[in-house]
Write a protein that binds this ligand. Sequence first.
Ligand SMILES: CC(C)(COP(=O)(O)OP(=O)(O)OC[C@H]1O[C@@H](n2cnc3c(N)ncnc32)[C@H](O)[C@@H]1OP(=O)(O)O)[C@@H](O)C(=O)NCCC(=O)NCCS
Length: 125
Amino acid sequence: MIRGIGIDVVQVSRMQSWLDRPELLHRFFHPSEVELVQRRGRAAVLSLSARFAAKEAFGKALGTGLRTLALREICVTNDALGKPELLLEGSALDALKRAGGDRVFLSLTHEQDNAIAMIVIEGNG
Ligand SMILES: CC(C)(COP(=O)(O)OP(=O)(O)OC[C@H]1O[C@@H](n2cnc3c(N)ncnc32)[C@H](O)[C@@H]1OP(=O)(O)O)[C@@H](O)C(=O)NCCC(=O)NCCS
């Protein structure tokens, strides 16, 4: 059954300055997300913005917001076909379990100055 849904939008231009602030990147993004910046340079800003939206959407789907979560423990990866998936560690995984969630579905989109993420949490228990 569905345990929660969440959606969020991030203004991409506000994320541009983060690319020059490694301390912010390492605080809010998983190391494999930070690697996107190393690989793609400034072009990574769209994907990074969508990943930040995914973290906020996850907090909304939990119903707690982000207050108990370390954002770098919420990681978006892509499968072989490009489909995004959420990998959760530590506080984020604990929060999912507390919410009765077993599985998370994620969709991302980005265009010009907007990046949007949608999350569905599913749980059987
Ligand atoms: C829930 C949360 C993620 C909302 O994020 P936001 O970007 O400030 O707000 P948005 O404009 O996207 O969404 C607002 C809507 O979220 C919803 N919302 C608020 N609290 C919520 C919660 N606990 N669970 C689910 N949805 C919630 C509300 O419907 C709200 O709209 P409303 O007040 O008109 O009803 C926010 O409470 C939060 O945890 N923010 C933390 C931000 C943060 O730590 N950033 C760190 C890096 S700068």
